[in-house]
Ligand binder design. Structure first.
Ligand code: GDP
Length: 297
């Protein structure tokens, strides 16, 4: 599909005279290729530009290592810089869930994989950390979404808050809080409503729920295949609601993962988890080097 960056760069360097150090011209030529590779991987233009500048500063004048070709050397510098930019939290998989019951607010656009991710994380907390989790759907406009969470809960053996018709999201959030406290749950997860696009009502509703629940974590679920759009979504949600981390879904698809770099660079928010399929176990803690490898191709 794409030409691999290592191949591109070895082509570039084959045409250059071998010298003892990477000259400014060598690096410039190579970085043009790096920029194209980043853009092909769906990294946004300003982020790609800044990134290339940082790599340029690091690569110029670096002694050429005998054991690897100059092309490989630039790829390594690029890889290390990608990991550097992508690294957020030391332990992205560790959710802040002390002081039970700890609320986790799940936000994102409709179809991003929010409900699926809520259940995947609940299962993880249950199995890996032995936590009692309660899940509640606040998507009052879409009864099917509420039922979906209930079905997933039954499938993974995690309790869901009983559905009461006609309740508004804030009332449901309050009920979840009470039930979580009375029922001795460690965590309660609030799966907020999604829309196809961000609008004022969606944001107002999520903000009202946030104010009531005072979440320990607010996780934004973003479709990793949406590229540049993902950055806008993350910026908006973070400005209006405040986000503590991002979950990138559909990273099992053939997207190149450039959204991860753009989102991290633009919003500064750590990517915490990566969704890798529809199954309930298809979620992993975010690993910068894996995404870096994928962006490089
Ligand atoms: P929501 O509207 O944001 O709650 O989205 P859903 O959780 O209902 O997910 C929408 C669709 O995406 C469902 O068919 C999910 O199975 C699917 N999905 C969610 N996460 C992933 C993922 O990481 N990879 C893939 N391939 N599909 C996913």
């Amino acid at each position: 599909m794409f030409e691999n960056l290592s191949e591109r760069l070895s082509g570039v360097f084959d045409r250059l005279t071998k010298q003892g150090a990477l000259s400014e011209d060598d690096v410039k030529t190579a970085l043009r290729e790096v920029r194209v590779a980043l853009l092909e991987a769906d990294v946004s233009l300003p982020v790609a530009r800044d990134f290339v500048k940082a790599v340029q500063a690091k690569a110029t004048g670096q002694a050429v290592t005998k054991s690897i070709t100059p092309g490989q050397q630039v790829v390594k510098i690029v890889h290390d810089e990608l990991v550097h930019v992508l690294t957020g939290d030391e332990d992205p998989g560790k959710l802040k869930i002390d002081n039970p019951p700890a609320p986790i607010l799940m936000v994102g656009l409709q179809g991003s994989g929010k409900t699926t991710t809520t259940a995947k994380l609940a299962k993880r907390l249950k199995e890996r950390e032995n936590k009692r989790v309660l899940m509640a759907s606040l998507d009052v406009n879409r009864p099917a979404a509420m039922e979906q969470l209930q079905i997933l809960g039954a499938q993974i053996g995690v309790d869901t808050l009983p559905i009461v018709k006609g309740e508004d999201p804030v009332t449901i959030a309050k009920r979840a809080k009470t039930q979580a406290a009375m029922g001795g749950y460690d965590v309660y997860m609030l799966d907020t409503a999604g829309r196809l696009h961000i609008d004022a009502e969606l944001i107002a509703q999520a903000a009202a729920v946030r104010d009531v629940a005072q979440p320990r974590e607010t996780l934004l679920v973003v479709d990793g295949l949406t590229g540049q759009d993902a950055v806008n979504v993350a910026t908006e949600f973070d400005d209006k609601i405040g986000v503590s981390g991002v979950v990138l879904t559909r990273m099992d698809g053939d997207g190149r993962g450039g959204a991860a770099l753009s989102m991290r660079a633009v919003t500064g928010k750590p990517i915490r988890f990566v969704g890798l399929g529809e199954k309930m176990d298809a979620i992993e803690t975010f690993e910068p080097s894996r995404i870096a490898g994928r962006i490089l191709g």
